[in-house]
Ligand binder design. Structure first.
Ligand code: GRF
Length: 209
């Protein structure tokens, strides 16, 4: 059984994609132990609750400093017994101590084809605004392991999505979510659960492809 802890900050559509595929059986032997949001108003928490999944808010605002928040988040993740931490629309900066505790056991979904439009300052709609500004004809999404950099860990899966003339950032974001994010994040979890993702020399290999 692969135990997940899912970190969220917003609407939770990526979380919903994971829930739906676990419930449909397309991600076998996998259970979400806890959903944690830094934002108490995140609809992602409501999505978890509707599926009977423990859902909690651990917010930096509730702690005297960042270090105390980081320690509380780490303690909760360790207590959950999670094998894999999934950042699903999570806007929290992941502290080094969390990466140390879960080496190549934290994954993130980024709404672009890394190394394009990623790194500090590239999140949410900003990613799509930059892609449209540059005039790319293709964008997409990436699932990668989280290391101590920003969007720099080993890439697990990517999926390209066409950019259409007249796209607004919102239209492109939705197409990338629908055609890429909601597919490759659950697929990455399935592959990890099957032990088919190996990291060698900082790059991923998918066994049995
Ligand atoms: C998505 O575009 C995701 O790529 C980014 O946050 C956005 C919202 O995700 N990380 P969700 O609906 O909260 O899953």
């Amino acid at each position: 059984m692969l135990k997940l802890a899912v970190l969220v900050s917003g609407g939770g559509t990526n979380l919903q994609a994971i829930i739906d595929q676990i419930e449909a059986g397309t991600i076998p032997d996998t259970k979400i132990e806890v959903v944690i949001s830094n934002n108490k108003g995140a609809f992602a928490l409501e999505r978890a609750a509707r599926h009977g999944i423990p859902a909690e808010c651990i917010s930096p605002k509730d702690y005297p400093d960042r270090e105390a928040f980081n320690d509380a988040l780490l303690a909760r993740l360790l207590a959950s017994g999670a094998d894999l931490v999934v950042l699903a629309g999570c806007l929290v900066v992941i502290p080094e101590k969390l990466v140390d505790a879960f080496p190549n056991r934290i994954i993130n979904i980024h709404p672009a084809l890394i190394p394009a439009f990623c790194g500090t300052g590239y999140y949410g709609l900003k990613v799509h605004e930059a892609a449209l500004e540059r005039g790319v004809r293709v964008s997409g999404a990436t699932v990668h392991f989280v290391d101590k950099g920003t969007d720099t860990g080993p890439i697990i899966l990517q999926k390209a999505v066409e950019v259409r003339d007249g796209d607004t950032p919102e239209a492109l974001q939705l197409r990338i979510m629908q055609e890429a994010e909601w597919k490759i994040l659950p697929e990455a979890i399935r592959l990890i659960g099957q032990g088919r993702v190996v990291v060698e020399d900082g790059r991923c290999r998918i066994l049995g492809q």
